[in-house]
Design a protein around this ligand. Structure first.
Ligand code: ADP
Ligand code: SF4
Length: 664
C-alpha cells in the first residue's frame, strides 16, 4: 500500500548543519551492551535499523577517554584508531541504507566505576561513584584543559570514522550534567555552564564543517526546577548547536516502563525548546503510534521523532508507516528488558523483537525468514503462548502449513495472564501483534479451546510436533530458598490461580517472593487495591529486586508502601502453622510467624511437558518442547525460543554462535 499522504511530514528531509537527515525518524543514542566489545554485532544491528527507515541512527554512549569506563556496563569508545575502525563498520552499514550516523561523545565524570581502567573518575567534586565504594578526583584547571583536548580528539576521530552527527552529551547525570548541577557544582551560573559551552564551541570548531553538532541536555536542573535558567542556557547554546535532543532529569519517566508511564510523557516539559532555540528538536516518548508522532510535528513540539525502544521493538517502524502498513508495526510493550541487559553487561535483547542482537551472530533479520525450498510438511504446534505463536508465525512465513492448537478459548498463555497485573495491559501486545500477523497467513490455522492429549496429537497424523505448553507456578514452595520444596504447605493460591480469577478467602494474604522479578509485587498491588490485607515477604533486601534492572524496583516498592502492604525482607518461607505462614531469617535462622489466611508462594515454575514425555517413542519425525515447557523464563525467552525453533525446522543444523574474534 502506498503511504497515507497525511504522514508525509514524517518523511520530509531536514537539513541539520552541514548534513541532511532523509526523514524525521531519529534513533536516539541508546545502550546496547555491545559497545566496544562487539563492533560487528553492533554494526549489523544499527544497519538493520537504517534499512528499516530510521533516518538518523546513533551509537550508544561513547567514551572519549579511559577515565570514563562504565564497567560492568558496556559502552562504546573513541580512544584510538582501533575504535575508529570499529565505528567505521557501523557508519558504513548505516550509510549504505542512506541514513545518517551519529555518535554520542561521553564522559561519565563521578559516576563511572573505572573498574577496568583503574583511573580515577573526574568531576566538579570528589564524590562516590555509582554502586562502588570509591570516589572520583575533583578536577583542577589542568584536568579541565585535558578534558577539552580529549573531547576534541574524540570528535575528530568521530569524523574520521565518518559520523555525520556528533553529540555533546550534557544529560543523564554524567560529567557535563554534573557541572550544570548547582548541588554538585555550587558556583555562579556563568561558571557552571562554562564547560558545556566550551565543549560545544570546541566541537563546532573541530568538526562543525563536516558533522551536525547535537546536544543531549535536560530542560531543568536535577531536582526538576530551574527551567528558566535552563532555557537561557539553551538559548546561549543555540548558535553552536544544530540539533537539540532534550529530556528531563527523571530517567524513570524518560525511560518509563509501561507499568507506570504511557506514550509521549515528556511533551509538556520540552514544548518550549523549539521556540527558545530556533533549532530542530528531538525528544523520545516511546512513540509507537504514527498519529502521536504526526501530532508532535504538527503542533511544533518536535522536528524529529526520537526513539530508542520503539526502534528496538520494530527496526522497520518507519518503513511500515511509509508503506501504509500500520497494523504491521510491532509495538514496544515498555517492559525495559532491553535496558536490563545493559546493566547485566550482556548484549541487548527485546521481548517483542527476537532478532534484536542476533542480526550478525545468527544472521537473523527482523522481517525476513528464509522460505522453505521444496515441499513443506505440516507442523502441529501445541500451545499458543508467546513461544507457540512466534514459532507458528515464523513457520507460516516460511511457507509451512501450521496447525496451532490452544487449550484455552483465548490464546496468549502467560502473556494473557500477566497483562492483567496492574499497569501491564500493554504487555498484551506480545499476543495481539502475533495474532494479527497470524491472521494474515492462510497456511496457519489456530484452533482455540483444543486441549491436546497424546492420542489427539497422534490422530492428527502430523509428523512434526512442537510442544509449547508452557509452565505453571509451583504449589509446594520449591524455589531458590527451598530447592526441595516445603512439606505441608497445604492449600495455597498460585499466581496462575489469581490471574485466572481466583481470589483469597477471609484473613490476611501472605505473598512470598522467592522469584524476585515483578510477579509477586504485582499481585500484592492487585490484591491490596481490592481491599485485602497483604504482607509481601522476600528473602532479598527489597521488593522485586531484579526489577531494578528494568527501572521498576523503586516505584514498585513505593506503590506497595502506598497501598498499605506490609513489607518484610530477608525472610525465607519455612512452613505453615495454625493461621500463620512460618518464616526464618536468611542470616540467623530466627523464626517468625506471620498471620496468614491465604498463602501465595511465588517461588518457581514447573514445565508443563507431560505431553512431550507422552509422545516419546510414538514415531514422530520431529518432537521438540520449546519455550517455558522446556525452561521457564521471562517472556522474551519464550518468544526467542519459538523464533529459533521456527527457523530451525527443515533447515540445516545451526552451527556454533558466531563470536567476535579478537585478533591475536
Ligand atoms: P510459553 O511462554 O512457552 O509460550 P505459556 O505458558 O505462555 O508458554 O503458553 C502455553 C500455552 O499452552 C497456554 O496458552 C496453554 O493454555 C497452552 N497449553 C498447555 N497445554 C496444552 C495442551 N495440552 N493442548 C493445547 N494447549 C495447551
Ligand atoms: Fe520495548 Fe520491551 Fe523490547 Fe525494550 S525489550 S524495546 S521495552 S518491548
Amino acid at each position: 500500500m502506498p503511504r497515507d499522504p497525511r504522514f508525509d511530514p514524517l518523511f520530509q528531509p531536514l537539513k541539520i548543519g552541514p548534513v541532511t537527515a532523509p526523514n524525521r525518524f531519529w534513533q536516539v543514542p541508546h545502550c546496547t551492551g555491545m559497545g566496544n566489545r562487539h563492533p560487528r554485532t553492533l554494526a549489523a544491528m544499527r544497519g538493520v535499523k537504517a534499512e528499516g527507515g530510521w533516518g538518523v541512527v546513533n551509537t550508544e554512549y561513547c567514551s572519549i577517554h579511559e577515565s570514563s569506563d562504565d564497567t560492568p556496563a558496556i559502552h562504546a569508545s573513541l580512544w584510538d584508531d582501533h575504535d575508529v575502525r570499529a565505528h567505521a563498520l557501523m557508519t558504513e552499514a548505516v550509510h549504505f541504507q542512506g541514513a545518517l550516523a551519529g555518535v554520542e561523545l561521553w564522559h561519565g565524570g563521578i559516576r563511572v566505576s573505572n573498574a577496568w581502567s583503574r583511573l580515577a573518575g573526574l568531576g566538579p567534586v570528589s564524590a562516590m561513584a555509582e554502586n562502588v565504594p570509591w570516589q572520583s578526583a575533583r578536577m583542577d584547571r589542568q584536568d579541565v584543559a585535558l578534558l577539552r583536548q580529549w573531547h576534541r580528539a574524540a570528535a575528530l576521530r568521530a569524523v574520521q570514522a565518518d559520523f555525520d552527527v556528533v553529540y555533546v552529551y550534557a544529560a543523564h547525570t554524567y560529567l557535563l550534567a554534573q557541572f550544570l548541577d548547582p548541588v554538585l557544582n555550587p558556583v555562579d551560573w556563568e561558571a557552571r555552564i562554562g564547560l558545556v559551552l566550551a565543549l560545544a564551541e570546541d566541537t563546532r570548531e573541530a568538526v562543525g564543517h563536516r558533522a551536525a553538532v547535537a546536544t543531549r541536555i535536560e530542560v531543568t536542573d536535577e531536582d526538576g526546577t530551574g527551567q528558566e535558567e535552563r532555557a537561557r542556557l539553551l538559548e546561549r547554546l543555540a548558535p553552536l548547536i544544530d540539533v537539540f535532543d532534550v529530556t528531563i532529569p527523571d530517567y524513570g519517566t524518560e525511560m518509563g516502563p509501561s507499568r507506570f508511564v504511557k506514550e509521549a510523557p515528556l511533551e509538556n516539559h520540552v514544548a518550549h525548546v523549539r521556540a527558545v532555540t530556533g533549532k530542530p528538536v528531538v525528544c523520545v516518548g516511546r512513540f509507537t503510534s504514527p498519529e502521536t508522532m504526526l501530532g508532535q510535528l504538527r503542533r511544533g513540539v518536535l522536528d524529529f521523532i526520537g526513539a530508542a525502544r520503539p526502534s528496538i521493538a520494530d527496526p522497520f517502524l518507519p518503513k511500515k508507516i511509509d508503506e501504509g502498513r500500520m497494523e504491521d508495526i510491532r509495538e514496544c510493550i515498555g517492559c525495559n528488558i532491553c535496558y536490563a541487559h545493559d546493566g547485566l553487561g550482556a548484549p541487548i535483547r527485546c521481548t517483542q523483537n527476537p532478532a534484536m542482537g542476533e542480526e550478525w551472530r545468527r544472521g537473523w533479520h527482523p522481517e525476513d525468514v528464509p522460505a522453505i525450498t521444496g515441499r513443506a510438511d505440516p507442523v502441529l504446534i501445541v500451545g499458543a503462548g508467546p513461544s507457540g505463536m512466534e514459532a507458528a508465525l515464523v513457520l507460516g512465513r516460511r511457507g509451512v502449513p501450521v496447525l496451532l492448537a490452544e487449550a484455552e478459548d483465548s490464546p496468549g498463555g502467560r502473556v494473557t495472564r500477566e497483562a492483567r497485573l496492574p499497569g501491564l495491559s500493554e504487555w498484551a501486545r506480545v499476543r495481539d501483534w502475533r495474532l494479527g500477523q497470524l491472521a494474515k497467513l492462510p497456511q496457519v490455522e489456530l484452533f482455540r479451546a483444543s486441549r491436546m492429549g497424546v492420542q489427539d496429537v497422534l490422530e492428527t497424523g502430523v509428523g512434526h510436533v512442537l510442544v509449547a505448553t508452557g509452565s505453571l507456578w509451583r504449589r509446594d514452595g520449591t524455589g531458590r530458598s527451598n530447592p526441595g520444596g516445603i512439606a505441608g504447605l497445604g492449600a495455597v493460591l498460585t499466581p496462575d490461580d489469581i490471574l485466572a480469577g481466583a481470589r483469597p478467602g477471609d484473613g490476611p494474604v501472605v505473598i512470598f517472593d522467592d522469584e524476585g522479578y515483578h510477579i509477586a509485587a504485582g499481585l500484592a498491588d492487585l490484591l491490596a487495591a481490592e481491599g485485602h490485607e497483604v504482607t509481601y515477604v522476600s528473602p532479598g533486601g527489597a521488593v522485586a529486586e531484579w526489577s531494578a534492572y528494568t527501572t521498576e524496583q523503586s516505584r514498585l516498592q513505593a506503590r506497595l508502601i502506598g497501598q498499605g502492604v506490609t513489607i518484610l525482607t530477608h525472610l525465607a518461607l519455612a512452613g505453615r502453622g495454625e493461621g500463620t505462614a512460618e518464616f526464618a531469617c536468611v542470616h540467623t535462622g530466627k523464626p517468625l510467624g506471620v498471620a496468614c489466611g491465604t498463602l501465595i508462594p511465588v517461588t518457581s515454575r514447573e514445565p508443563q511437558d507431560g505431553l512431550w514425555h507422552g509422545l516419546q517413542g510414538k514415531g514422530l519425525t520431529t518432537l521438540e518442547r520449546i519455550g517455558d515447557a522446556r525452561a521457564p523464563g521471562l517472556i522474551f525467552h519464550a518468544v526467542h525460543d519459538g523464533h529459533r525453533a521456527g527457523r530451525a525446522l527443515f533447515a540445516p543444523p545451526e552451527g556454533p554462535l558466531r563470536r567476535e574474534v579478537i585478533a591475536l
